[in-house]
Design a protein around this ligand. Structure first.
Ligand SMILES: Cc1ncc(C[n+]2csc(CCOP(=O)(O)OP(=O)(O)O)c2C)c(N)n1
Ligand SMILES: [Mg+2]
Length: 296
């Protein structure tokens, strides 16, 4: 797409290699210009909407950290009341902190009320904007500033919250996972979400070079490895029918999870000063169990 047609204009202040920036561009490219975007506080908002400038070439609303889904619900209701709802896409884009944690109540309400909103969660697996604190999306054994590894700690000790399943359990028309490396898959899912007759949720894995500690030119590679190792399977579910979850990208042969961990500094304590093979094996087992359920 030509630069002048990008709906998220270049010149924003996102870091080099930011997965969230790529996700926003891909999502908007698929959604088109008749889109209203609602964004809660987080990296995306602070880097794109510094008064008096904005990188958004579509209507953009910044709301508080916890209420993107509530504000997007309001946009849906207001446009309906004014008879202007047809032909307009409403997209909320929240981070993992704003979605898995603090925004979950508003999100559940939006699902339950059945608003025609596509909610995209750009998951960089921590509260990046405020200094890499853990969230309930942070994966097992990852370093963050609030899950430091040490003699008595392997880093984060909880498993990632299954947000896609939680969304699907509301029985909403469309739920999917996506990541930026598989951009055609992601954009197809955005289009399906926007054409759903009700709420849709897309959980997008968006690697963060700063928080995950890898060089900024490896974002797409890390995103691809997440899928090829089975750490982040790409799937979609309609109407909450988890039994009929459909894998949309099947890795030809699953790579060992170690390949994904080894390229990220946030897992470096698993490799040095001594290799913690037991922890790596445990993560591999968790991934194997999940992938077996999906038949990948
Ligand atoms: C009620 C409230 N609590 C805390 C904050 C501080 N805060 C702003 S952004 C942010 C982290 C956002 O994390 P996430 O949603 O994962 O987005 P990211 O920056 O990682 O993309 C926090 C804690 C806030 N703005 N409002
Ligand atoms: Mg985050």
């Amino acid at each position: 797409m030509k630069e002048e047609k990008q709906l998220l204009a270049p010149g924003h202040r996102m870091c080099a290699g930011c997965g969230v920036a790529l996700s926003a561009r891909l999502c908007l490219e698929a959604a088109g210009e008749k889109t209203i975007v609602v964004v809660p506080t987080g990296c995306m908002e602070v880097t794109t909407s510094q008064y008096p400038e904005t990188a958004w070439r579509v209507p953009f609303i910044h709301v508080a950290f916890e209420n993107a889904a509530a504000a997007a619900s309001g946009v849906d209701a207001a446009l309906k009341m004014m008879g202007k709802r047809e032909g307009v896409n409403i997209v909320a884009m929240g981070g993992d902190g704003g979605t898995f944690d603090i925004g979950l109540q508003a999100l559940s309400g939006m699902f339950e009320r059945g608003h025609r909103v596509t909610y995209v969660c750009n998951d960089n697996e921590a509260y990046m904007n405020t200094g890499i604190q853990r969230s309930s999306a942070t994966p097992y054994a990852a370093w963050t500033t609030t899950s430091p590894p040490g003699k008595k700690s392997i880093g984060e000790f909880r498993e990632k919250k299954p947000i896609g399943y939680i969304a699907a359990a509301h029985g909403i028309p469309y739920v999917a996972t996506a990541t930026i490396a598989y951009f055609a898959d992601y954009q197809k899912k955005v289009k399906k979400a926007l054409s759903a007759d009700g709420p849709a949720f897309i959980h997008v894995l968006t690697p963060c070079p700063v928080g995950w500690r890898f060089p900024p030119d490896r974002t797409v590679e890390v995103s691809r490895l997440a899928v090829q190792t089975g750490v982040f399977p790409l799937w979609e579910v309609r109407d909450g029918d988890i039994e009929n979850l459909r894998i949309t990208v099947k890795p030809p042969e699953r790579k060992p999870v170690e390949e994904y961990l080894a390229v990220q500094g946030r897992f470096s304590h698993l490799f040095k000063p001594e290799k913690q093979q037991d922890v790596i094996d445990r993560i591999q087992k968790m991934v194997d169990e999940k992938c077996e359920r999906y038949g990948i």
